[in-house]
Structures are given as C-alpha cells and as structure tokens.
Design a protein around this ligand. Structure first.
Ligand SMILES: Nc1nc2c(ncn2[C@@H]2O[C@H](COP(=O)(O)OP(=O)(O)OP(=O)(O)O)[C@@H](O)[C@H]2O)c(=O)[nH]1
Ligand SMILES: [Mg+2]
Length: 464
C-alpha cells in the first residue's frame, strides 16, 4: 500500500490508467482531441479513436525525425501548449481535453510532453489500452487488459521515480520520492497477483484444449488483422452467434464452436492483430491468442475491400506476429481467405488476389458472409485439407450377434466424420450401403474396431 501518502496524480498522464480504482470503465465517448503526428497517414489511428467515440478536431503534422526527448519538436509542443492554455469559448479547441500522439512513446517522452501540454496525453499504447478496456467482456480478458495497463503505468512510474532520484525537474508536484515508490510497490504487487490469476485461466484453457485433442477433434483457427471479418466467418461456419461489429478489436476473447455439419471440427475465433501492437499488450493476450494459432489448420483472413497495399501491409503484420509467436516447425498449415468480396467487382477481386500472391502466399479463397459466396467451397477445402479426399465406405447390414443396424452406423458416421451426402433409403435387412464420407484415419479405425465386419473402406483417398 502507499500508506497515508496521497495517491499522486498519475492517472491524468497514464490515460486514467489502472491506478485510480480496480474497475476503470470510464467512457471517453464525446471527448475531443488534438492529434500530433510525424507521419502522413493517421487513418488507422483516427479509426481507433473513433471506435472510442473520440473526435479528432485537428491533426497537427510536423515532418522531420522524432526528437528523442519529446518526439515532436519542443517549439511545436510549446505553441500547442500556449494555444491550449489561452483558448476561449469560441476557439475550435474549446472542448479539447486530450492530446493524442501518433507514436509509441518512451515513458520519458510521454512525461516530457505532458509537462509542456498539461492536459491528458495518450500515445498509441494508451489509446489501445483504453479500447481494450472498453471491449473486454470476459473475466479473463479483463484480467489481461488490467495487467497490460498496469505494466504500462509502471513504466511511467519508474520514470517518475527516476526523475525524483536524479533530482530532475518535476512536473508532478503531488508525488514525492515516497509517493511514487509507494504506488510503484502497489502496482508491482497487483501485477503479481493478477499474473497468478492469469496463469490459472491459461492452464484451464490448456486443459480444455488437451481434452479436445484427446477426443480426436481437429481445430481450425481464424486469424487476421482486426476487423477483417473473423467473427463473421466464424458465425457463418459454426452457426454460433458471436459479437460482430464494425469497430476495431470487437473480439478480445476466444470462442470455440463446431463447424456446422462437422461435429468433430472445431473453429476458434479470437483477437485480431494490428500493426505495432505493443508486445506487452499482446503478451497479455498470448494464451488467448495461442488457442487459435495452435491449430490443425489456420485461416488467415484479409479484408478484400482494403486497397492492395493495405491488404499486403495487414497480411505482413499477421505473418510477422505469427513468426514472433511460433517457431517455424510449430506454425500450422494455413489458407488465405479474402473476406467481404461482395463489396468488390471482378477487377478489384483480381487485384486483391494478386496482392496475396505477391507476398508469396498461396492462392486466396474468396468469401462473403453477406451473400454466402465461397462458403461451401471453403468448407470443402477445409475438410479436404484436414481429412484428405473423402473416403468411399461400404456399410454391411448386421449378420451376427453384436452387429448394429446400418442406420446406426450412418448416425455414427455423422458423429465422427461428415458424409458428403445423406445415403438413400436404408433397407436394414439386406442391402449394403455405400457412403462417401470425410473421416480421419483414426476415427475410421475406431469405427472398424467397434464394428468388425460391418465397415469396409473401399477407397480411402490418398492416405492409404
Ligand atoms: N460487406 C461485408 N461486410 C462484412 C463481411 N464480413 C464481415 N463484415 C463486416 O465487417 C465488420 C467486422 O466484422 P467482424 O466479423 O466483427 O470482424 P473481426 O475480424 O472479428 O473484428 P475484430 O474482432 O474487431 O478484430 C462488421 O461490420 C461486419 O459486418 C462480408 O462478408 N461482407
Ligand atoms: Mg471479432
């Protein structure tokens, strides 16, 4: 505990970080902000802010290389600070109470900028943290977000402690040496206890995954940039309702569902990627993410309605994240799926496909969850990749004690695999029934052992 020391005014700087209370659910909707940037393209950053309901009233650009102390130039910052300090009611910045900086700042830079501007300052990390806090719906996701927030706050606190220790000028009157130290200790303790809780979540998750693998189920993970359409595709293939929204990072937790008509095939929807997601933040979500990435087949999604350079950039981000998270021999086989193709004409589709090939990735499949285009083909390709070609099975009617009716064998086939079409009328007395069915070798073996004489494999694809 910080003891009797007043809790210093960190939250202002830390984007109302984890320090105020256990449960930060501040809404930022309706806030107005000024955006400072050294880059030309701030569209994605502004979209992130808009997702929180924050309006960017002005974008101030400054070219040149970042200042190591303040990122933006000192002079520029001071003029923004003066403008903020002297504004009146009719000023376009009248209601601005937030300055966004389009960069991932060092703690030192964040503190220095705040010293000059004296309003709340968020960099990219802060913005993402707010977004994740808002969207975290499950206990596990909330734990993860809180760890990430505290970890970010801790960096700032360390900087403040360092300043006090080295006797540097202090922008924050409230916290003396003991004040910051006390808060830092509280934060450290809380992180430790949250990490313990998170490890419990992670091991429960691992156990569920182990159980699934043991039952012989195969998993198909969905991955892709945020807003690529993962949850929509998951819902279309599994029939399970999940949150679909045109906002960034709608999904922060992992949902598992069965692929329709293929009971032993599990789909896993999860959090999306974004360029330069701070690794602290993504690390907090690592267990969640890995549940989707450690799969038998990965669907790598890209929004086909993005421009070709944007498609490439986003797919490259996914590739990079995968490479960072998994060794090359652990990485799953994958398919590229271009989503939202209902929004594209033929020429645009061709360009989108071309972008995928340019990255050296395999030919993409096209899909739309709005029109349903491509979904059947996608299901077939998934089944083919996981089970090989469908097998031709011959089901024999019962002849001896212990044998079961052919109808029961068919029911079992639906449970263990997926017949390509439902067999015609079954006459259980006499007739042998031929069925074409996707089924993996292990499941077929189990069936054959359970029903000796009755399940004959006529042609079992290429798996021998
Ligand atoms: N036109 C069109 N829109 C789609 C399609 N699929 C998804 N969308 C829209 O794209 C937006 C994002 O879809 P989601 O399924 O939530 O995307 P996500 O990848 O799960 O997003 P996050 O969880 O936020 O990372 C939503 O507004 C969807 O309605 C599609 O096939 N066609
Ligand atoms: Mg989603």
């Amino acid at each position: 505990m910080a003891g009797a020391e007043p809790v210093p005014d960190v939250p202002l700087l830390a984007g109302s970080g984890g320090l105020i209370s256990d449960d930060v659910t501040l809404s930022h909707a309706g806030r107005r902000a000024v955006l400072l940037t050294r880059d030309a393209d701030t569209a994605e950053f502004e979209a992130l802010a808009a997702t929180l309901g924050i309006e960017v009233v002005e974008v101030l650009r400054q070219s040149g290389s970042p200042d190591p102390r303040t990122h933006m130039g000192r002079g520029r910052l001071e003029s923004v600070g003066d403008e903020l300090a002297s504004r009146r009611g009719d000023h376009p910045w009248a209601d601005v109470d937030l300055v966004l900086v389009h960069a991932t700042l060092l703690p030192r830079q964040l503190v220095n900028i705040h010293d000059v501007l004296t309003v709340e300052v968020w960099d990219r990390v802060r913005l993402l943290l707010e977004l994740f806090t808002k969207h975290a719906a499950s206990v596990e996701a909330r734990t993860q977000v809180r760890i990430a927030r505290l970890a970010a706050d801790r960096l700032v606190l360390r900087e403040l402690v360092r300043r006090v220790t080295t006797g540097e000028r202090l922008g924050y009157g409230a916290g003396g040496r003991h004040g910051w130290r006390g808060v830092l200790e509280t934060v450290n303790r809380e992180i430790t206890s949250l990490r313990r809780r998170q490890r419990r979540h992670a091991s429960a998750r691992r156990e569920r995954r182990r159980q699934r693998a043991k039952s012989g189920a195969l998993t198909v993970g969905l991955a892709g940039y945020t807003n690529a359409g993962k949850s929509s595709l998951f819902a279309a293939l599994s029939g399970k309702q999940v949150l679909v929204d045109d906002r960034l990072f709608s999904t922060l937790e992992t949902t598992v569902g069965r692929m329709q008509a293929s009971p032993r095939l599990l789909l896993v929807d999860t959090i999306g990627f974004i360029d330069q997601l701070p690794s602290d933040l993504l690390d907090a979500f690592s267990a969640t993410l890995m549940e989707s990435l450690e799969c038998d087949l990965l669907l790598l999604l890209a929004d086909a309605s993005d421009s070709p350079p944007e498609i490439r950039r986003r797919l490259e981000t996914c590739q990079r994240e995968l490479a960072e998270r998994m060794d090359i021999d652990e990485r799953p086989a994958y398919l590229v799926v271009l989503t939202k193709v209902d929004l594209l004409d033929d020429a645009a589709r061709a360009r989108a496909r071309e972008s995928v090939l340019e990255l050296g990735m395999p030919e993409a499949l096209l899909a739309s969850t709005v029109t349903g285009e491509g979904l059947d083909e996608l299901r077939q390709v998934i089944l083919n990749r996981l089970h090989g070609a469908p097998r031709q099975l011959r089901l024999h009617p019962p002849t001896e004690e212990g044998d079961v009716p052919v109808a029961a064998l068919i029911a079992e086939l639906y449970e263990r695999g997926l017949p390509t079409e439902h067999p015609e009328q079954v006459n259980d007395g006499v007739e042998v029934v031929e069925v074409e069915c996707w089924i993996d070798a292990a499941s077929l073996g189990r069936m054959q052992r359970a029903h000796p004489r009755q399940v004959e494999s006529v042609y079992d694809g290429e798996q021998g």
